[in-house]
Design a protein around this ligand. Structure first.
Ligand code: GRF
Length: 185
């Protein structure tokens, strides 16, 4: 699993596995951010966790190669991006066709990129949500696996939408992993 931040999706997946609702194992967590709280969460759960920081490499290409080496070492069946805030280049992505999953906080193809909750509010969307999709070289453009919908209600703010969407994320990521693992996607 690759993450850059808090790792609440990591936690939700680990909890789902612990409840026996997802037959999977998180074999390794990698972060581009040494301060990511997700690294601590992983270690608390006994998952080996490492930082692969861009700043430690002379250029992006060598950073991506180092990341790929760490990914390969783990021998995972799937590469799960959970709040990984760096765009992975075609060189990396094309190494792992239909093996990289990402979760994005909008109903793709609506609101690709950043600030999705603000943009959903500004657009007056009645529905918002989250999408788990395969990662391709087109950012936020790969085939959709699962979407979860929330209603945008009067009085909703960026923060309230963030909370609602996060609850949905914590449910659908495990569902998507299960579908892919069972070969249903
Ligand atoms: C999630 O909202 C996800 O959609 C986005 O980054 C956030 C990660 O949250 N890609 P967390 O680190 O799993 O708490």
């Amino acid at each position: 699993m690759l993450l850059s931040g808090g790792g609440s999706n990591l936690q939700a997946i680990v909890d789902c596995i612990a409840r026996g609702e997802l037959r999977a194992r998180v074999v390794r967590v990698l972060s581009d951010n040494p301060d990511a709280f997700g690294l601590q969460r992983a270690r608390r759960c006994g998952i080996p966790a490492f930082t692969v920081a861009v700043a430690d490499y002379p250029d992006r290409a060598s950073w991506e190669s180092a990341l790929a080496a760490k990914v390969d070492e783990a021998g995972a069946d799937l590469i799960v991006l959970a709040g990984f805030m760096r765009v992975l280049g075609a060189g990396f992505v094309n190494r792992y066709p239909r093996k990289i999953l990402n979760i994005h906080p909008s109903l793709l193809p609506r609101h690709k990129g950043l600030n999705t909750h603000r943009r959903a509010l500004e657009a007056g969307d009645a529905r918002h949500g989250a999408t788990v999709h395969f990662v391709t070289a087109e950012v936020d453009g790969g085939p959709v696996i699962v979407q979860g919908i929330v209603a945008v209600e009067p009085g909703d703010t960026v923060e309230s939408l963030r909370k609602k969407v996060q609850q949905v994320e914590h449910r659908i990521y495990s569902e998507a992993i299960a579908l892919v693992a069972r070969g249903k996607c």
